[in-house]
Design a protein around this ligand. Structure first.
Ligand SMILES: Cc1cc2nc3c(=O)[nH]c(=O)nc-3n(C[C@H](O)[C@H](O)[C@H](O)COP(=O)(O)OP(=O)(O)OC[C@H]3O[C@@H](n4cnc5c(N)ncnc54)[C@H](O)[C@@H]3O)c2cc1C
Length: 413
């Protein structure tokens, strides 16, 4: 058994941030990070295609789902993007803005971000021990006891930053949920993969277009046709179905809504700047132009041909000869095609987890548990998931900062 003042379980983005701020706040305190992984920071290293999309120039509660927007805002506003930029600048990592508003390190290297965090933790006096998978966390006389096959640690305060269930090979396998529920927390009824590719039946034409990327509009619709969520962005056809930012972003909304109501539909518009009515008007006026040639001017050739086939239209038909029935069928296929989604690629390929510990169970100024005083939670274990663009890391930095600084303050006082 060894002792620490603050034990942090999980040394990912949120855990490292919490450790740095706990040690900076309570100088001289023993801050110990335990992580089950052999290699630290796996998710930071793979993030942003190895470049780490650290944050976004504009982050608001509307970029997230899960707990209520009001609760999410309360956390975000206590450590804003400007503070993230300054924090990393002081660590020697300058951030640059890309056209989309995403902020990346000027080094274009996720490794440099991880190294800067590890250096900052070490400079603040944080001790990191790994691989040390924590099997249990219990309340003890002096605060908490955390243990596993490697032994036991007691600490006055505990911060759980074990992430969710996405990319379990990185070490985030959902065991954190078991630990916090054993201390009295509840979990959302559903814990689902988010930012995850979606699968289509193998015979679907999208699978044959594997490798093709186009801008497209995706919409989740209720049975009555009401729009539940919509994203327009780059869409990638793959051998299993669909991926790319638009699909990843909409996946959590679709998967949740479908569980609520199996009649939920996912609809794609392959020409996102066009409405059905606009396309219909254009097709009516085609005259001596071949419909296939017209579509091939607006869309990649392979896609145009596939859509013509899907609408069961003769490839050689001229505009003037297009029947009303065929025209309406083509308009529907191009601008309102329902995707027969059969599933998703699972936690192994999901970037984040939707669901977790509801924010209503935490004091949001400190991320301290309302059900287990002295315990703080931060990062993806909470019921908060962001869209693509650096939002999930911003959540990790903000909630990690609050948890660490608050545990440090408690220790000082
Ligand atoms: C491929 C990919 C790319 C991504 N790209 C981006 C991006 O560019 N920008 C962005 O904002 N977000 C991105 N994300 C999401 C982002 O990485 C996560 O939201 C973020 O890392 C969550 O941080 P966390 O610290 O809460 O959890 P994690 O990063 O999952 O860290 C949890 C840590 O806890 C440890 N742990 C878990 N259980 C235990 C236990 N029982 N005992 C001890 N240790 C344990 C794990 O080993 C892990 O180190 C990406 C995710 C993936 C998978």
């Amino acid at each position: 058994m060894h002792n620490a003042d603050i034990v942090i379980i999980g040394g990912g983005a949120a855990g490292l941030m919490a450790a740095i701020w706990a040690a900076r706040t309570a100088a001289g305190a023993q801050v110990l990070v335990l992580d089950g992984a052999r290699k630290l920071g796996a998710k930071i290293l793979v993030s942003g295609g190895g470049r780490c999309n650290v944050t976004h120039e504009c982050v608001t509660e509307r970029d997230f789902a899960g707990s209520t927007p009001n609760a999410i805002r309360k956390v975000l506003r206590r450590f804003e993007v400007a503070e993230t930029i300054t924090f990393f600048k002081e660590l020697g990592i300058e951030l640059k803005r890309e056209e989309t508003g995403k902020l990346f390190p000027t080094t274009d290297s996720a490794r440099s971000v991880l190294q800067a965090l590890l250096d900052a933790a070490s400079q603040a006096g944080v001790r990191i021990e790994h691989p040390r998978r924590v099997e249990y966390l219990t309340q003890a006389e002096a605060g908490f006891e955390a243990g596993g096959e490697w032994g036991r640690v007691s600490a006055a305060y505990a911060i759980v930053a074990t992430g969710g269930k996405s990319l379990p090979k990185s070490g985030s396998d959902g065991h954190g949920y078991t630990m916090v529920t054993s201390l009295g927390h509840s979990l959302t009824p559903r814990i689902l993969p988010a930012l995850v590719p979606l699968t289509l039946p193998p015979y679907h034409f999208c699978c044959a277009l594997s490798g093709l990327t186009v801008p497209a509009g995706l919409e989740v619709q209720s049975v009555s046709g009401k729009q539940l969520a919509a994203f327009t962005d780059s869409t990638l056809c793959t051998h299993f179905g669909l991926s790319g930012p638009s699909v990843l972003n909409i996946s959590r909304y679709y998967l949740h809504a479908r569980l609520e109501d199996p009649g939920t539909r996912l609809v794609i518009n392959w020409m996102p700047n066009w409405t059905s009515e606009e396309l219909d008007t254009e097709l009516r006026g085609l005259g001596k132009t071949k419909v296939a040639n017209y579509l091939a001017r607006l869309l990649p050739d392979r896609l145009a041909q596939a859509l013509i086939r899907e609408a069961q239209i003769d490839n050689e038909v001229f505009g003037y000869a297009l029947t009303r029935r065929d025209r309406l069928s083509l308009v529907r296929i191009v601008t309102k095609m329902e995707l027969p989604v059969v599933g998703d690629r699972g936690f192994g390929l999901a970037e984040v987890t939707a669901g977790g510990v509801p924010l209503r169970e935490l004091h949001l100024e400190t991320m301290e548990s309302r059900v287990c005083p002295g315990l703080h939670l931060c990062g993806e274990i909470c019921d908060v998931d962001g869209r693509i663009g650096g939002f999930n890391f911003q959540w990790a930095w903000a909630s990690g900062y609050l948890a660490g600084a608050a545990a440090g303050e408690r220790l000082k006082s």
